[in-house]
Design a protein around this ligand. Structure first.
Ligand SMILES: *Cc1c(COP(=O)(O)O)cnc(C)c1O
Length: 355
């Protein structure tokens, strides 16, 4: 029985779209590779794992995910090294986190071996879609959705797990102004902030739009109760360099446990920086501007890796940071991580998997 479930059937596309890709003008997340992996959950088990040509999925308008958002996702990247091998970065942690998200959303876990097998098979098939151009990568989007055609509210009895991929260029590279949000909240104690649950992102759109209308690209979220503690920057974790210390809010109920952030801090420790993961108050950040001890602030997440912050708005005031230069920690760690993911330096943390 179990052997049947892990056997992935493959239907190849008969019209690859690869030759029509405009590599010089590649928009993020709009160009999709030839194939996708899909698998369905019914009668208490995952079944029918298959790789098929990328395409639309057919569903009833009553499908529960469309109404109640029972859904979660992951985001990771594959790179090609100079031998043409495909490398995955800390992918086991994405799998574990998807299952943590799934549990919180009352959805079935994905067996780890099957996930890895699906991913490897898919990437092997679409290996020509993994760019080898400097700064480019293949973005991987696995997700689970509730598929019962039923408008009542209860956990679905059927689900779909899909992995599709998109080749992507480098993300916004210039640094951005952000605003400390003190009215709206992204996450609450006991809520779903630690999960990559679809609804979290929908709920953040409106406050983010208000911030953008005022010229701030992202929000710095604070705790929902007192708006006193800093949590995340948009959909990234946030890291400050104050003096020679790196400080980041500790992941937990309301702060997503980011793999990029953990990698950045592990690298920082190995370079001899002092690292503190703890509660970070808005007050201490404002003070660090006033006494000139703040050096850098940046977001960390898979899509952009590092997004530097050049201005933080709080209480009707803009606090400015210099543009990152060559000797900034964030510049060095970004280039280190880019090289690491492409297998250009020794895998001393054991973070890479070869497909
Ligand atoms: C995905 C995500 C992050 C970053 O996680 P990575 O594992 O580094 O990609 C941070 N915060 C939120 C809210 C996220 O959704």
């Amino acid at each position: 029985m179990v052997e049947d479930i892990t056997k992935i059937s493959i239907k190849n596309t008969d019209h690859s779209r690869l030759s029509s890709v405009d590599w010089d003008n590649l928009p993020f997340g709009k160009v999709f590779s030839d194939h996708m992996f899909t698998m369905n959950y019914a009668n208490g088990q995952w079944e029918n794992p298959e790789i098929v040509p990328y395409g639309n999925i057919d569903m009833s308008p009553a499908t529960s995910v469309l109404h109640y958002g029972q859904s979660c996702f992951e985001g990771m990247k594959a790179h090609k090294n100079d031998k043409g091998e495909i490398l995955l970065f800390r992918v086991n942690e994405n799998i574990e986190r998807l299952n943590i998200s799934a549990e919180r959303m009352c959805m079935p876990e994905i067996p780890k071996e099957l996930f890895v097998e699906a991913l490897k098979t898919l990437l092997e098939l679409d290996r020509d879609w993994v760019p080898s151009i400097e700064g480019y990568s293949l973005y991987i989007r696995p997700f689970i959705i509730a598929t019962d055609p039923y408008v009542g509210i209860r956990p679905s009895e059927t689900y779909k797990f899909i992995i599709f991929t998109c080749p992507v260029g480098s993300y916004y590279s210039s640094s951005v102004p952000v605003k400390i949000e003190t009215e709206y909240s992204r996450a609450v104690q006991g809520g779903t902030g630690f999960a990559k649950a679809a609804g979290n992102y929908a709920a953040a759109l409106y406050p983010a739009k208000l911030g953008q209308d005022n010229g701030y690209t992202q929000l710095i979220w604070t705790d929902a109760k007192e708006h006193k503690y800093i949590e995340e920057a948009g959909t990234m974790n946030i890291i400050f360099r104050i003096g020679d210390k790196l400080i980041s809010p500790k992941s937990g109920d309301t702060i997503l446990n980011g793999i990029t952030k953990r990698s950045v801090l592990d690298i920082a420790r190995s370079w001899g920086y002092q690292v503190e993961e703890r509660k970070v108050t808005v007050e201490e950040i404002i003070k660090s501007f006033e006494n000139g001890s703040i050096q850098e602030a940046f977001g960390a997440g898979t899509a952009a890796t590092i997004a530097s912050i050049n201005c933080i708005h709080y209480n009707d005031q803009d606090y400015f940071l210099p543009e990152p230069s060559e000797d900034f920690f964030s510049t060095k760690v970004l280039s280190f991580l880019n090289d690491y993911k492409k297998g250009l330096i020794e895998d001393k943390f054991n973070w890479l998997i070869r497909v």
